[in-house]
Design a protein around this ligand. Sequence first.
Ligand code: DX5
Ligand code: ZN
Length: 224
Amino acid sequence: MIKLAPSILAADFNVLGEQIKIIEGAGVQYLHIDVMDGNYVPSISFGTPVIKSIRKNSKLIFDVHLMVDEPIRLLEDFKEAGADIITVHAEACKDLTATIEKIKNMGLRIGVSLNPETGLEILDNVIKDIDMVLIMSVEPGAGGQAFIPSTLQKIKDLKEKVNKAGITMDIEVDGGITPDNVMEVLEAGANIIVSGTSVFRGDIQKNIDLYNEQFEQYKRKYNI
Ligand code: DX5
Ligand code: ZN
């Protein structure tokens, strides 16, 4: 199932609740929440108090992307704040297997994210234990960057790996996606599309409509 996951990093925090309502009203199911610690990535975004506040008024699936060092320390806090999916960076975990196990034992869905320069082989021992892989198509740490084209081959390679392993999993892609390049990302094998700037800049409803048009076009083209 193709899904759009708007990233609130690009939202206007002065009216965050109102903007989330527009997204929810447009039929979107996921909300992508970028947490940055100023250490794993240079900038700091926001943490559990923001997630807790928006959780009160939203039924969206909270897709929490932790760009933090040693996320294993903080998993309970993010569960308590309202995360449905927790995605950790493979590069940020000393013990990736233990981190995955802990998230699963908490009853949450688990994603593992890879930076542009991180190879897919890091997934070899864990691919059967996770629900989603998040492929970064920009360097993590900031919204509004340009999509790195070599990501498309990486998504294709991941899709092949997943098929070979005989499993199904979500492939999420994050960074620099717009309604103009999303078709290529879908065709490479992604099914969850993160988008910050291209959803929140301008008219949110219209921007979501543009994505939905592309999703419909893709479905018609491939008869799904
Ligand atoms: C980057 C974040 C992204 C970012 C995407 O570190 O993980 O989720 O907000 O924003 P755009 O769509 O503006 O590239
Ligand atoms: Zn993200």
